[in-house]
Design a protein around this ligand. Structure first.
Ligand code: ADP
Ligand code: NI
Length: 216
């Protein structure tokens, strides 16, 4: 089977599997990450096949909705890819990328490294910042019934992480807890450039938000 038909089949599989997914991790998130990963990889020259498959399959099973089992995603991807004519080497690499992609695993001492992981991870993180990232954060906040902003609750930048975790903090806090930190976690040079633009856009957004809040 050639590259194009494997990608086509993978897209079909991912669309079907994510048909019921919530808005933050629906097919359109995958499609954006896929496009961004290909865009970054054009400069990075990682293995295109591995990057494409890993981007498409990276959220095939979100552990948050599977009792925190981080192995379900790699397992589902491996099972699917084994049915196609793909080398074991590529399959294992795609599984490693999925396993090591999450923000959580990046905090817990990652042992696996590859250029292709860097490309897909940057692409996934880029979807959490900029205009789309802002939209996703407020979508998530609405789903969790959170307020947008409460000036009486200090942002996480000004209080302990533990205190923040125990409160149902307004969505604006998520910018300080995570979104504004992602720029410095970018690995590839194309990723860094894109992240800087999106980061600056979020800073402008926050300035405008606070100005409007004060009736200006
Ligand atoms: P990822 O898929 O990048 O690991 P998550 O599953 O944690 O990210 O979140 C999906 C989307 O929801 C992201 O855009 C993220 O910024 C947003 N999100 C996660 N937690 C919060 C929160 N506490 N408040 C607002 N948005 C959030
Ligand atoms: Ni993702």
């Amino acid at each position: 089977m050639d590259f194009d038909s494997i990608i086509e089949q993978t897209i079909r599989f991912v669309k079907e599997t994510l048909a019921e997914a919530e808005a933050g991790h629906d097919w359109f998130h995958i499609e954006r990450v896929y496009k961004t990963a290909l865009n970054i990889n054009a400069q990075e020259n990682g293995d295109l096949f591995t990057v494409a498959l890993a981007a498409l399959l990276h959220d095939i099973a979100d552990s948050k909705f599977n009792n925190g089992d981080e192995e379900i995603g790699p397992q589902m991807a491996g099972k699917f890819l084994s049915g196609l004519n793909i080398s074991a080497e590529v399959i294992v690499h795609v599984q490693q990328i999925i396993r090591n992609l999450s923000y959580k695993s990046s905090l817990s001492g990652v042992t696996f490294h590859s250029k292709e992981l860097d490309v897909v991870q940057d692409a996934d993180r880029l979807d959490a910042i900029g205009a789309i990232g802002i939209a996703r954060a407020f979508t998530y906040g609405g789903y969790k019934n959170r307020t947008m902003y409460d000036p009486s609750i200090p942002s996480v930048a000004n209080q302990s992480k533990e205190a923040y975790k125990n409160s149902s903090a307004p969505t604006i806090n998520h910018f300080y807890e995570k979104l504004l930190l992602l720029k410095d976690l970018m690995k590839t040079s194309a990723g860094k450039t894109l992240a800087q633009e999106r980061h600056d856009f979020m800073l402008r957004y926050l300035d405008q938000f606070y100005a409007e809040w004060e009736g200006k």
